[in-house]
Structures are given as C-alpha cells and as structure tokens.
Ligand binder design. Sequence first.
Ligand code: NAD
Length: 302
Amino acid sequence: MSGAGSTDRVVVVGSGLMGTGIAHGFAAAGFVVTLVDLDGAALERAVASIGKIFADGVRLGKVPQAAAESALARLTTDTSLTAALTDRPAVLLVETATESMPAKVAIVKEADRLLPADAIIGSNTSALSVTEIAAATQRPDRVLGMHFFNPVHKMKLLELVRAVGTSDETIARARSWGEALGKTTILVNEAPGLTTSRMSAMMGNEAMYMLMEGVATAEDIDTALRVGFNHPMGPLELGDLTGWDTRLAVLKYLHETLGEKFRPCPLIQKMVKAGRLGRKSGKGVYEYADGQRIPGSGLKAR
Ligand code: NAD
C-alpha cells in the first residue's frame, strides 16, 4: 500500500472549480500531481488559481514560501489523459470532470487501461452512481466516490462513497489520502444525495414550504437556523448561493429515487420559472445589488 503524504503521483481529471481545489490539496500534501483537462484555457486558469491559494497562504503565514514553491513545482498539466498516464504511473486518479455519465465513463475506461493494476480511481460525482462508473472498468473493487466540498481548501469534509463492489482496502487507502489532505472522512454506502446533498435538499425544501405557508419571514427562518442551531448560513441563504435551479434538479432526482418526502416545494418551481435563481441571477429568495444582499428584500409569502 502506498503511504499517504509520500511523493506518490496523483492524476486529477477535470480542472474546473473542483479539480483546481483537489489538485491544490494533493500538491500541498506533498504528492506529485498532474491536472488533466481537454481545455487548455481551463488548465491555465486552474494553475493561476492554485498559485493564488498558495500565495494567500504564504501571505497569511499559514504556508512557508519554500513549501509553496516546491508544491507548485510538483504540479504539471496535460490536455491528454493518455499522455498523462503513459509510462507515468500514478497511485490514484481523481475524476472530477463535468457531471455527465458518458463523460465519466469515457474517462475511467481510458484510465483503467493506462493505470497500474493496483491504482485507485476516485470519482467526485455529486449525484451519479459510482457503481455505474465503476462497472465501466475492469477494477470495480478499486473504484469509489471521493466527494469533496467547495472551496476544497477550506471545507474539511470528504465523503467516501462505497459502490457495490468497492473493497475495504480501497476505502482504507482513500481514507489515508483524505487524512493526508487534512480532511475529515466519512463513509457512505452509495445512495441518492449521499448524506450532505440529501440533508441540505430536505432542509431547503422544508424552509421553502414554511415560507410559502407564511410560518415566518425569510429573514426569520434563516435567523432561526443560524442563531438557534449555529448553522453558518440559513437554508434560504444557502439555496440562493447554490442556485434554486440546481436545488430543484436535485430535489426532483431525490423525489424520484427516495419518494414523497422530497416532493419539490411549489414555491421553488415558481421561483425557477420566474428566473429567481439566487445570487447568480441577482434575485432568489433575497435580492442582490453588486453581489450584496439588499436588506429587507426577503420574498413575501403569497
Ligand atoms: P466545472 O464545470 O467547473 O469543471 C469541469 C471541467 O471538466 C471543465 O474544465 C471541463 O473542460 C472538464 N472536462 C469535461 N470533460 C472532460 C474530459 N473528458 N476530460 C478532461 N476534462 C474534462 O465543474 P465542477 O463544479 O468542478 O464539477 C466537477 C465535478 O465535481 C462534477 O462531477 C460535480 O458534480 C462535482 N462536484 C461539484 C461541486 C461544486 O460545488 N461545484 C461539489 C462537489 C462535487
């Protein structure tokens, strides 16, 4: 078994929001990292963002300058997965490309052909079946879900997802890599919405039912969870941040797979039809100007 925190090589496929953070995490933990994306511009953006995270860490005194420099020196990029893996062994490949089953299946099939036999494939999928992704390979026992949170360098949770065929050894190795990255790992047997998306969808949906029924104002519902339960953000504020279109898609999927308790609140459906998607459209449950919430703008029940 490869020891965590060694100079083992990790390949991260997909250099968007999540791939950037995951590559940063492995480089910071001492791994040799190759970040792969079909889009060269996305790779350039990712390397610039990783450089900025390290620079901020140095400025704040959290990371020694020399450590940041050596981590960046261990990071390379490639636009071809074949080039990144041919004759260059890796112990782990983290797939974090666009959330599409055909894209993920194509990536893991190619990775399976090129990776050493004992290497592990982790998928950062939020909602797709890891069992289905694993079934596209000849090593389903060495495939698992590794679900990171955004922004990866600040969020400490890593949900490890056991697919039908994932072995105990694979889970143990993934746990040790998670610990090397300073994450707290939890283990989830593959299920729709895992633990986090399922819980967050349920709370956001219930908060919207309460708003629709006029139980309390949006501001008071959010204050209840922030102040009463010490949540960092209320469920309506969080929905505005996530986007109600995304939230609705998740709820529809959970409703389909887990049943009636996830029936999307009609107010969410109306808001999405009205284009009130949240921060990204300038209006959701609250209204925003220059990225700042307008005080007293919470949607009124009607
Ligand atoms: P993103 O759109 O920011 O980035 C996806 C990247 O994948 C793009 O740069 C794209 O060019 C690249 N890509 C697509 N097909 C590829 C291929 N065949 N080979 C190489 N690169 C390819 O997406 P994201 O938000 O970083 O999400 C990535 C994954 O992480 C998804 O599965 C998503 O569900 C999951 N996820 C997202 C979040 C989040 O908060 N955004 C949180 C946890 C998990």
